[in-house]
Design a protein. Structure first.
Ligand SMILES: NC(=O)c1ccc[n+]([C@@H]2O[C@H](COP(=O)([O-])OP(=O)(O)OC[C@H]3O[C@@H](n4cnc5c(N)ncnc54)[C@H](O)[C@@H]3O)[C@@H](O)[C@H]2O)c1
Length: 306
């Protein structure tokens, strides 16, 4: 776990609980990863997990990691958009990726730091890993938020709700209502259009709603659980179909860009990208979302060339 802040530390908690493997927390803040690592290690006897958890300020102890979850960077403050974090977090993700991949050349990288899609692209460019081994976490969280609100609305179990969310992680994300259902029953048959639109809006602003409550920092329980669901699917080769930010090479008519799409996630990382037939309206929304990601990536590419 690179970054031992709110998201990184909670990734460690979920991963330890699932006994996904030995965990190293890395952070620039001296003492923080060591202290949190020791604290979590001592949770093992109570919670019944048997993994090693350590903390460090350098990358040597992370050598030969199977998974690198990058959460290092700055979170949003009220009134800030994810994009406002671009330049500061670019420097952090670039440095972290360089150091981490130097000692773990065969790892699969899961990027969490915002602005998500652009940061996934930074990790991809810096690591020079194949595209299947650099994945961004956003869709699992966005669809979890969407599923939560739908389940609340209908008083059904969240487990019965499936939702498809495409596009970048931001205000332009595209929850595809047409393909979302409650145990196969289309949402459009269960919730009036007006209410559905309100739920879609709340999903789009799901992160900001939490930032507004917290005032300092942003969400971390659901984000960390989402990143660990992806890590678990890779480490245990579960082959779950999850919405992930993946590097597109022509899929959906988008080339050379990280955008959220449904992926099969297994031992090979992103093993398959599903290209669903979209309506004209959905396709336009996805292109708009991709254009917003492209703007950020252009800024970064300029910086990388400096
Ligand atoms: N993709 C998503 O859906 C999603 C969801 C939630 C949060 N996030 C993002 O995740 C990131 C982390 O959020 P958080 O709440 O954990 O923030 P946080 O401030 O609690 O933790 C960030 C940690 O990164 C560390 N750090 C800074 N520079 C570093 C470097 N160069 N190397 C190693 N560590 C470094 C800091 O010391 C800090 O401990 C933010 O960018 C946030 O916006 C993304």
């Amino acid at each position: 776990m690179i970054g031992a802040g709110n998201v990184g530390a909670n990734c460690a908690v979920w991963a330890a609980k699932k006994e996904l493997g030995d965990i190293v927390l890395v952070d620039v803040a001296e003492g923080i990863p060591q202290g949190k690592g020791l604290d979590l290690l001592q949770t093992g006897p109570v919670e019944g997990f048997d993994v090693s958890v350590t903390g460090a300020n350098d990358y040597a102890p992370t050598a030969n990691s199977d998974i690198l979850i990058i959460t290092a960077g700055f979170p949003r403050k009220p009134g800030m958009s994810r994009d406002d974090l671009l330049v500061a977090n670019y420097e952090v993700v670039r440095a972290a990726t360089e150091k981490a991949v130097a000692v773990s050349p065969n790892a699969t990288i899961i990027v969490v730091t915002n602005p998500l899609d652009a940061m996934a692209q930074v990790a991809f460019m810096v690591s020079k890993f194949p595209r299947n081994r650099v994945i961004g976490m956003a869709g699992v969280l966005d669809s979890a938020r969407f599923r939560t609100f739908i389940a609340q609305e209908l008083s059904v179990s969240v487990e019965s709700v499936t939702a498809v969310v495409l596009g970048g992680h931001g205000d332009t994300m595209v929850p595809v209502v047409r393909l979302s259902s409650v145990a196969g029953i289309p949402l459009t048959e269960l919730i009036p259009e007006e209410r559905l639109n309100a739920i879609v809006d709340r999903t789009r602003n799901g992160g900001a709603e939490i930032v507004k409550h917290l005032k300092t920092g942003s969400a971390y329980y659901a984000p960390s659980a989402s990143a660990v669901e992806m890590a678990e699917s890779i480490l245990r080769d579960r082959k779950k179909v999850l919405p992930c930010a993946a590097y597109l090479e022509g899929e959906y008519g988008i080339k050379g860009l990280y955008v959220g799409v449904p992926c099969r996630v297994g031992a090979g990382g992103v093993e398959k990208i599903y290209e669903i037939k979209l309506s004209a309206e959905e396709s336009t929304a996805l292109k708009k979302s991709a254009a917003a990601v492209q703007e950020l990536v252009d800024v970064i590419k300029k910086k990388m060339a400096e």
